[in-house]
Design a binder for this molecule. Structure first.
Ligand code: PXP
Length: 245
């Protein structure tokens, strides 16, 4: 069964625009869970531009499904993860000037560091996923680090604008997902997925979970978060018969 994890960072972005208390990303996590999602994702950035330390601590207490803490491999954030103990950490590259995560991590460039990070997380019972491009070398590097999972970057697929490019990017994701599973990893996918482009991704049986934020929070502005989450689950189910049964 392919599962849906909701990224609630953008709820915190709206809250922080006024520096007050609302909307609260912790409340968003609870509503998303009640609507049937399978996990909550929050990215604690070094600059704390959206999710902050208070959010992470409360999320850990209230999430009843699965907490995926998205993070860069910075020492202070690693320390927070080890203390909070989410079910999963997803390691991403992070640049201060970027609007959102721009692409996959180069795991192969720093195997020793990522291997050490993975082993520290495993000691605390935390699973580790690396956010990578759909590329066999990166998957090999994640395996070498002892990862449990890779999250395949779907942003290039999501931005492709003609049938040939879309088919090309989908084939890359499909191949990489198969390669990762063959090498003992679980596979997630995410970035730029919306109610339309999710359907082709949801047909890839080797993908275990999706991580989706912007499109769901955007739709929630008009239809409410409960409906927005349910509609995404329906879009995934419609694409694939054995999903969400
Ligand atoms: N996965 C990762 C690793 C991300 O960095 C993001 C964006 O925060 C997402 C998934 C969700 O992307 P989107 O907001 O485009 O759905």
């Amino acid at each position: 069964m392919m599962t849906l994890n909701i990224n609630i960072d953008h709820v915190a972005t709206v809250r922080n625009a006024r520096g007050g208390m609302e909307p609260d990303p912790v409340a968003a996590a609870m509503i998303a869970e009640l609507a049937g999602c399978h996990g909550i994702v929050a990215h604690l950035r070094e600059d704390r531009r959206h999710i902050n330390d208070r959010d992470i601590r409360l999320l850990k207490q209230v999430i009843q499904t699965k907490f995926d803490l998205e993070m860069a491999a910075h020492e202070d954030i690693i320390g927070i993860a080890l203390e909070i103990k989410p079910e999963l950490v997803t390691i991403v590259p992070e640049k201060r000037e970027e609007l959102t995560t721009e692409g996959g991590l180069n795991v192969g460039a720093e195997i020793t560091r990522y291997k050490d990070l993975t082993s520290k997380m495993h000691d605390k019972g935390i699973e580790v996923s690396f956010f990578v491009e759909p590329d066999n070398d990166q998957i090999d590097a994640a395996v070498a680090c002892g990862a449990d999972m890779v999250e395949l970057h779907t942003g290039i697929y999501a931005n492709a604008r003609n049938e040939k490019d879309i088919a090309h990017e989908l084939a890359k994701i499909d191949k990489a997902a198969k390669y990762a599973v063959t090498n003992g990893l679980k596979v997630a996918a995410g970035h730029g997925l919306n109610y339309l482009n999710v359907q082709a991704i949801a047909k890839i049986a080797t993908i275990h979970e999706l991580s989706i934020g912007h499109s769901i929070i955007s739709r929630a502005v008009f239809v409410g978060l409960d409906a927005a989450v349910r509609e995404m689950l329906t879009a995934m189910r419609n694409a694939k018969f054995d999903i969400g049964k």
